[in-house]
Design a protein around this ligand. Sequence first.
Ligand SMILES: [Zn+2]
Ligand SMILES: [Zn+2]
Length: 258
Amino acid sequence: MMVDRTGSSVAKLELHAPYHPYISVRIQDKYYSVDAACSNRADKFVHWITHFHFDHIRSSIAGGADYLLEQGEVITIFAPLDTTQVNGMSCFKLHEELYKFHSKGKRVLNPVIPFQKIPINNSMLTAIPLEHSFLNLGLFIEKIDTEFTVLITGDWKGSSSENQARIADLSPHLLVTECRYFEDSKYQETEDRFHVHFRDLKQIKKELPDTTIAIAHVSRTYRDVHPLVSKCRKEGFIFAKKVLFYNDFADYEILEEF
Ligand SMILES: [Zn+2]
Ligand SMILES: [Zn+2]
C-alpha cells in the first residue's frame, strides 16, 4: 500500500538539474540554499556560496525575490573569504561588488573562513574546507533539536585523502556531493581538474556505511542521465531531483526522478 508520508518528513533535498550545482536542503522548517537561488525570508533561509567558480555564482544570482524586500532589508549570502588577487582586488571583494551592483545593494556577501562556525536559524553552520582548484567551503549543517546532519560539499578533489578524511570525520547523516565523471577512462582527468569521480564516492561509502550519499552536479557531457541514475541506484547512491527523509534518516523517498 502506498502511504503518503509527506507531512512527517524530517528533511528534503532538492536539486535544480543533474548538471547544476544548485542544492537546496530543508531540515524541519528551515532551508539551506547552497549555490542556489535566493529568497527574501531570512528567518527561514540560509544562503551559501561554496566557491567563486562561475557555474556556482550564476546559480546563486538566480531568484527574483529582491523586490519583495522592505526598504533597508538585505539578503545575506555567506561566501568564502577568497583572498586570491584578481586585477588588484581580492576575489571576495570582486564578487562582493558584483553582487552589490546587480542587486542594487540588496544582496550582501558575508565573508566566511575555513572552520568558522555560524549560529543561525536554530542551527549551527560550519565551513568545511575541501581542496578544489579554488578555495571551496562545504557547508556542514547541524539543526538544533533534530538528529539529522548534512554536509554539502561544493566542488572538491575526490582523490585527496585529506578531503576524504575530513568528510569521514564529520560522518554526516546525509552527504550531498558533486560527482563529475563515472567512467574509469575519466579518472585521471577528473583528478587533474580537482573534481570528484564516482570511484572516489564508492571509496567514501565504504568508510561511511551509515551515511546516505546523494550526488549532484555531474558533467554536462552526459546527454542522457538515466544510465547514471541506474548506476547510482545499483551502488546505493541517490541521484534524483526531490527526495524526502524521515526519522530514521536512512529511510528516504524519491519524490521526483530526473
Ligand atoms: Zn568549481
Ligand atoms: Zn562546479
